[in-house]
Ligand binder design. Structure first.
Ligand code: XMP
Length: 180
């Protein structure tokens, strides 16, 4: 796997430090409402981020996963996002925090936030590990952002290319010849 990596964009210690800080930001934003929080990770990209983030949250909370597919396959271009596995509980009246790996074109989070908003949560916020600062639409505001990055296709720490490299422990850029 290492032979496929061209450069490390964000090393693991930097990710770990920022994830701890994000947990602090989340805890202070929710305050007394934190114990009613429902974390909604979007699978599969946010798997590792969520696992680390939730273990830094110092309050009782629930988690319910949402699986979204954008039929990207072996392409680095996003497709039309679809919910392939919906939440198994009613979010009406709950404080909901959606967690995703990256805010790129914003198509995925726009669709997810729109659908969840219709279900009447008490509050609905969004936390992303990465945001492509020049690409993310200005009308789609993430409440918590780990890192702003340039418009490069990244893998590792849960992010994939063609469903591979999710287990690379850092945020990395692949060698260009690997992209089809
Ligand atoms: P958008 O915001 O474009 O992102 O709807 C949809 C999903 O596409 C994936 N994505 C990426 N995956 N490196 C990846 O490994 C990237 O640079 C990248 N950009 C988008 C990701 O799963 C996101 O949720």
């Amino acid at each position: 796997m290492e032979a496929d990596i061209s450069r490390i964009l964000i090393p693991r210690e930097t990710i770990a430090r920022r994830v701890r800080e994000l947990a602090g930001e989340i805890a202070s934003t929710y305050g007394d409402e934190a114990s009613g929080l429902l974390l909604v990770p979007i699978l599969s990209g946010s798997l590792i981020f969520t696992a680390d983030l939730m273990r830094e949250l110092p309050f009782v909370m629930r988690i319910a996963v949402l699986s979204v597919s954008s039929y990207r396959g072996a392409s680095t271009q996003g497709g039309t996002p679809n919910i392939v596995q919906d939440l198994k509980l009613d979010i009406r009246g709950r404080h909901v925090l959606v967690v995703d790996d990256i805010l790129d074109t914003g198509n995925t989070l726009r669709m997810v936030m729109g659908k969840l908003a219709e279900r009447g949560p008490a509050s609905l916020r969004m936390c992303v590990l990465l945001r492509k600062k020049d690409k993310a639409p200005s009308d789609l505001k993430a409440d918590f952002v780990g890192f702003d990055i340039d418009d490069v296709f990244v893998v590792g720490y849960g992010l994939d290319y063609n469903d591979q490299y999710r287990n690379w422990p850092e945020i990395a850029v692949l060698k260009p010849e690997l992209y089809q």
